[in-house]
Design a protein around this ligand. Structure first.
Ligand SMILES: [Zn+2]
Length: 105
């Protein structure tokens, strides 16, 4: 995220989501919330990458865990249902960068 936000401030909604995820990541690193199995298919986080998903960005600690394929399905379903609000295209584009930052910390 460093080096990204200043030149790509995004919409208020994107900022709200980014803040929410940043908040949850801090709690994750501090051990306040714990990675769990994918809530849709039950895959273990030891076996597959399982990511945080926020059903409600007003509650950063209300996290559900989804593996990459299940999360993609949810996003696509939401997009197909016309819920642009839930489509989150920016998440997919930025994921690689966040992984690199996590690895360096
Ligand atoms: Zn899954």
């Amino acid at each position: 995220m460093r080096g990204w936000r200043p030149s790509h401030p995004g919409s208020d909604e994107q900022r709200r989501r980014a803040n929410c995820r940043a908040y949850a990541n801090v709690y994750l690193r501090r051990g306040k919330i714990h990675r769990g199995p994918c809530v849709d298919c039950g895959v273990d986080p030891e076996d597959e990458r399982v990511e945080m998903h926020h059903p409600d960005y007003d509650h950063p600690l209300n996290v559900v865990w989804l593996c990459v394929p299940c999360r993609r399905d949810r996003i696509r379903e939401a997009a197909e249902a016309g819920a642009a609000e839930a489509a989150e295209p920016e998440v997919i584009g930025r994921k690689k960068k966040e992984e690199e930052e996590e690895a360096s910390e």
